[in-house]
Design a protein around this ligand. Sequence first.
Ligand code: UDX
Ligand code: UDX
Ligand code: ADP
Length: 465
Amino acid sequence: MKKIQKICCIGAGYVGGPTMAVIADKCRDIQVTVVDVNQDRINEWNSEDLSQLPVYEPGLDELILRNRNNNLFFSTDIDKAIDEADMIFISVNTPTKTYGIGKGKAADLKYIELCARQIAKVAKSDKIVIEKSTLPVRTASAIKNILQNTNNGVSFQILSNPEFLAEGTAINDLTYPDRVLIGGDIHTEEGKQAIDLLSQIYQSWVPQEKILTTNIWSSELSKLTANAFLAQRISSINAISALCEATEADVTEVSRAIGFDSRIGPKFLNASVGFGGSCFQKDILNLVYISRSYHLDEVADYWEHVILMNDYQKRRFAEKIIKTLYNTVNDKKIALLGWAFKKDTNDTRESAAIYVADYLLNEQALLSVYDPKVTEGQIFTDVNRLGTRTEKENEQRLQVHNEIYDTVKGTHAIAVLTEWDEFIDFDWKRIYESMEKPAFVFDGRNILNASKMKALGFIYHGIGK
Ligand code: UDX
Ligand code: UDX
Ligand code: ADP
């Protein structure tokens, strides 16, 4: 069996960049080229100044420094990279459709189809094509269809190899994965050989028993199901957090108590202002869309409620702020701490902060935002994209700061929206002194010490307390 010598990855984003950096690091004899249509992005990946990398991820800069221009390359020459590669990963974005049939629900496969067509056009030798982006079940067969009808004598094997890395811990998740899943055509020799070749790459650092192989559709569906289950745990505990706030129960105590049951387990039970990120909502919407298309309405409704509960949680948090501030936030200054959808990433896709900000702006609050890794430009792009009000109005009502003490000065309330570690160690006494009184803190991540905050004079509200 031939060995893989050259890999091409189409899409230099949050998935493609870190994944290829780890493969290049672990397989020094394989040349890895990551390509993208976006020239700016590629320039950032090639930047001498590692703080300019387009993705912030702990440990990523070291890997880039060690491997870039040895066996790891970033380029916009997509055709050349496809032509030379034995194996091609497709890791382009698959956002939810914003137009036409399935708008707001189905995945937009435009970028995937473009990739498949480009591979079909350029390839002159046999290739293994791997879907790495999260896709609705049966996308692989669409890719196969496009590739197998090129009539140029080239043969393609299609594999599904879903990514389970979580942002903020991507390098660790890739280095020590719980499992690697490879879906392929297990009934043909060529299919089995392609699975083996991909498996060999992972075996350079992943124990063989953690590499699972399935048929291609099980693999695709497993990715959607894993994300739906994880999101469902958060919506379940968030539902209980509302009940805790109405009673004498404390959601942290409830989480701890149920997490000790080994059948339930302790992870993903942190009540919060709501989950965000590029995957959870999109993948559940996909699952819902697929279920409806098979006329499984009860199944679709069941999963759809995980999203409805998440929308409720974001709205409920904003409403609590308004209600607590004597039913009006009109022209009151409120500080938002954190804009990323979780700590240790600069990614803001579907972040709860965007929606909380939008509710508060609707009530004519004045917002001042601080996030250690998200740029001012990104924050304005996120609120402007909602289209709730004009860009000018957003500029008048929202300010972005680079420093915490400027952010909180003269505010009536602080809302913690991302669980950045540095927030815990702020000089909260100094913050308290610079705020209007009474000074409120709404901790959407339950990261601050409630009794310490109260002792300083804050009126403190956590989630589910
Ligand atoms: C349950 C709780 O497990 C226990 O902690 C609590 O004290 C009482 O309620 P029980 O109802 O006795 O215990 O049985 P359990 O093993 O939880 O099973 C409940 C039902 O779920 C059974 O009908 C079982 O067949 C079914 N089940 C369980 C499944 O269908 N699939 C599974 O994977 C597990
Ligand atoms: C997720 C999956 O975990 C990963 O396996 C998949 O490949 C991609 O989607 P990611 O979106 O990067 O990863 O982050 P994750 O850690 O899952 O967090 C998602 C959201 O849930 C964040 O907004 C996070 O703050 C929130 N969350 C997570 C909670 O609110 N409570 C929790 O207990 C855990
Ligand atoms: P993910 O979180 O899935 O990695 P990103 O949006 O971070 O998503 O990255 C996807 C990348 O794929 C983007 O940089 C985008 O420019 C790139 N991309 C999309 N379509 C194509 C295409 N047809 N060819 C090359 N790159 C593409």
